[in-house]
Design a protein around this ligand. Structure first.
Ligand code: FE2
Ligand code: FE2
Length: 356
């Protein structure tokens, strides 16, 4: 491991067909506030919407490009299978199940994964989402100072074919949930799970490029023939929240991911400062990676590169953040543009569908 260690996720960017549909789902059904309405700086005719908690704190940020003419994406090698958001307790997770089901969003689970409990559903574009509990955590089945050191065989009663699917499906909050409660707040990215053909190569890459460390080596509890490894910001004692990347291993002849709506476009990790980002860029280049120049995204600075299996990655700075051009109480209310697009504001605004 080198000196370059990300503290975790900055944001995840997905592709949506319809901006209003995305707002209705993420803001109104999942309760994640909009923190910025802007456009794709590389394609100003398209919305770029940012959602997040705590005024858009890194690790809580979900962003969407609206591409109405995109075809449907498909998960596969080099892509993201699902995005998991955190909830504090199993009780709150059951409230989510009741709330989503009563609103017409079907769910699967909750499954007891041991380290956390998982409830699955899809957004209106088909992106697979999960609500995962914060605990009990990765030290459930190995010592906290020795995570990822040995292969962990999942408890048989948690695996596909051995669990009581009918009981799991029937389990829900006993009363209707009339309104989202504070306890239900989705506090950020719990983990992001992708697909690769080579976990050993992935381990070399993620440790060298981002300083992430292997914290769990196991198999997919839904398909015991598939290896499943977890990485995170891990100091040898604690695993940071909002930092877990997991990868399923598919055979090399499996299908590659196809970009499009309902799929992740890229995932971004944190750099603490612009100076650190510049040094990090040199470090990535020294590893033989193709890295873009620093891009000014107004709310942060970005560099982009790809994982060996093709996944697009970004390193984004924590600053200046989303309160740069709006007060915390007004985040996401008006269309915001970078200075270099301000003289085209009327033309750009006229092409965008107004959002409620
Ligand atoms: Fe997951
Ligand atoms: Fe990004």
């Amino acid at each position: 491991m080198g000196d370059f260690v990300t503290s975790g996720f900055h944001h995840i960017t997905m592709v949506a067909r319809d901006a209003q549909q995305t707002v209705d789902f993420y803001r109104d059904r999942l309760g994640v506030p909009i923190v910025k309405r802007t456009v794709n700086f590389d394609d100003p005719d398209a919305y770029h919407l940012y959602f997040g908690h705590e005024s858009g704190a890194p690790g809580t940020i979900l962003t969407f490009f609206e591409w109405p003419h995109a075809s449907r994406g498909q998960f596969g090698i080099g892509g993201i299978h699902h995005l998991a958001l955190s909830v504090e307790t199993v009780e709150a997770q059951l409230m989510w199940k009741r709330w989503l089901n009563d609103a017409g969003t079907p769910t699967t689970g909750p499954y007891d994964r041991g380290w956390f409990s998982s409830l699955y559903f899809r957004d209106p574009d088909g992106q697979i989402l999960e609500i995962a509990t914060a605990g009990p955590g990765y030290s459930l089945d190995e010592p906290p100072d020795a995570l990822g050191e040995r292969e962990i065989e999942p408890a048989v009663e948690r695996t596909h074919g051995h669990r009581d699917e009918a009981a799991i499906a029937a389990l829900t909050h006993p009363e209707p949930v009339d309104a989202m409660t504070d306890a239900m707040t989705l506090t950020g990215i719990h983990h992001i799970s992708g697909i690769t053909t080579d976990l050993e190569r992935a381990n070399e890459f993620y440790s060298a490029a981002l300083g992430l460390r292997l914290v769990k080596r196991t198999v997919n509890q839904d398909d015991g023939s598939m290896r499943h490894h977890f990485w995170a910001h891990y100091d040898g004692q604690n695993v940071a929240a909002r930092s877990s990347l997991t990868l399923f291993e598919w055979l090399d002849d499996g299908k590659h991911a196809r970009g499009g709506y309902g799929q992740t476009h890229h995932i971004a990790f944190r750099a603490s400062s612009e100076d650190e980002q510049l040094a990090w860029r040199d470090h990535l280049i020294s590893l033989g990676l193709d890295v873009t120049t620093v891009q000014d995204r107004k709310y942060f600075k970005s560099i982009y590169f790809r994982a060996p299996d093709g996944l697009l990655l970004e390193i984004a700075t924590d600053s200046p953040g989303f309160t740069l051009d709006e007060d915390p109480a007004d985040l996401g209310t008006d269309l915001q543009l970078p200075a270099w697009l301000e003289d085209r504001r009327d033309e750009i605004a006229a092409r965008l569908t107004p959002l409620r």
